[in-house]
Ligand binder design. Structure first.
Ligand SMILES: NC(=O)c1ccc[n+]([C@@H]2O[C@H](COP(=O)([O-])OP(=O)(O)OC[C@H]3O[C@@H](n4cnc5c(N)ncnc54)[C@H](O)[C@@H]3O)[C@@H](O)[C@H]2O)c1
Length: 391
């Protein structure tokens, strides 16, 4: 069994996502497990070079994870023919320009979501990537990590098993309280709350929900959305007050066409100004004619047609049923690896042995399409159709 090296330029890995999920939980973990196994049993060992603005910070990060190569010069890194993949987890605003530069330098590209802050740029970069794929065989991909959550994989299994019967509706509840920063320190970067820096709940989360809905339940056809900035003033990483210019919550309804052509109503609630009293930070509640299920990040609980209780409405007596006890847990039937790592492994196989891969930049552009439709709906206070996206 041979082992081949794959040179990967990693940009934006001093950030929250880049460092934790992509560097530590994915690339370092893959190196520690001895690489990615190809279909013929050979191995691919990622050899990253970390690129960032702050030399000291990037060196420290590289040393902490036994990575031998780092630097501050992206152009120089892109000029090295031995590094064939470019990855970006930096700011969303810079992403399309960086990806375009990397594609022009002949690199395969992989990146965080959203792939751009607006649909024009998203389509443009997706087109460029498609062309580079057709002409030069370059591969491209965008993160769709939520698909690999154990809770969602269990929901998907229930659907494929026919457990739900005809799916009627689903309700997504996402969010938790993000501290303002005055009384207690913030737990998310302050740029998330500044529209001019690529922040905002709709831009951040709608692109996730697009691929979750499309892949697990059915095609998104139209959306109505109301955004809100519930907390107008926040305090940043240095304790300095600032005006929150981005939406910190959104309340949306989408119409889907299910895999058998059935209409499905999806309610999508997301807020960084809500206190949690549910099973998890995100829950997906699916109702079908033959069964219902509620999934969190890891767990999934189901209730079938024949185990559905018969509650009776009576405001004069205290509730005797514990509704949370009436569900059956879908067991863990396998080991669930980190979703970011699974997608990295698939992308590496796609690059090295042309393995099938569907989470491409045009798929990423669909996420930005739903973002834009939701923002338009909010602005114009109306339903907005989501047509098939031509890239
Ligand atoms: N898949 C997910 O669930 C998920 C979750 C959070 C964030 N993200 C995405 O990841 C990206 C980064 O988000 P984050 O939360 O890690 O943010 P972050 O602020 O923690 O990290 C941003 C990174 O970009 C770098 N950067 C910032 N400004 C720069 C500049 N002018 N020039 C060069 N580099 C610059 C920073 O040094 C840092 O490495 C965003 O696109 C975000 O949408 C994805």
């Amino acid at each position: 069994m041979a082992t081949q090296r794959l040179g990967i330029i990693m940009h934006g890995v001093t950030g929250r996502m880049g460092m934790n999920q992509h560097l530590i939980r994915s690339i370092v973990a893959i190196r520690n497990q001895g690489g990615v196994t190809l279909s013929n049993g050979d191995k691919v060992m990622p050899d990253p070079i970390l690129i960032g603005r702050n030399a000291e910070k990037i060196e420290q990060l590289a040393r902490a994870h036994k990575i031998e190569r780092w630097g501050t010069d992206l152009d120089k890194a892109l000029a090295n023919p031995d590094d064939t993949v470019f990855f970006d987890a930096g700011t969303t605003q810079m992403r399309p320009q960086l990806l375009a530069k990397a594609l022009r330098a002949g690199k395969h590209v992989y990146c965080e979501k959203p792939i751009a802050t607006n649909l024009n740029e998203a389509v443009e970069i997706a087109r460029l990537a498609q062309e580079a794929g057709e002409k030069k065989g370059l591969k491209h991909g965008a993160v769709q990590d939520k698909l690999f959550l154990p809770g969602l994989r269990k929901l998907d299994m229930l659907r494929r098993a026919g457990f739900f019967g005809r799916i009627l509706s689903l309700r997504l509840e996402f969010g938790y309280w993000v501290f303002e920063g005055d009384l207690q320190p913030i737990q998310r970067p302050s740029w998330n709350y500044r529209a001019e820096e690529g922040g905002g709940m709709i831009l951040d989360m709608m692109c996730h929900w697009r691929y979750v809905l499309d892949n697990l339940f059915g095609e998104v056809k139209s959306i109505t959305c109301l955004g809100a900035t519930h907390i107008p003033q926040r305090w940043d990483e240095n304790g300095k007050p600032y005006q929150a210019t981005a939406d910190d919550a959104a309340y949306a309804i989408a119409e889907l066409t299910g895999f058998d052509g059935e209409p499905i109503v999806a309610q999508l609630n997301m807020s960084w100004a809500t206190r949690v009293r549910r099973d998890d930070l995100v829950t997906f509640h699916v109702d079908g004619t033959h069964g219902s299920a509620v999934a969190g990040l890891q767990e999934c609980r189901a209730q079938s047609r024949v185990t559905t209780p018969r509650p009776v409405w009576n405001p004069d007596v205290k509730q005797t049923m514990n509704f949370f006890d009436q569900w059956q847990e879908v067991p863990d039937s396998q080991l669930y690896d980190n979703g970011f790592k699974i997608q990295w492994e698939a992308f590496i196989r796609h690059v090295v042995e042309n393995a099938p891969y569907k989470w491409t930049l045009p798929e990423g552009a669909k996420g930005v399409q739903l973002v834009e439709a939701a923002l338009q709906s909010w602005k114009e206070r109306r339903w907005v159709d989501v047509p098939a996206l031509k890239v």
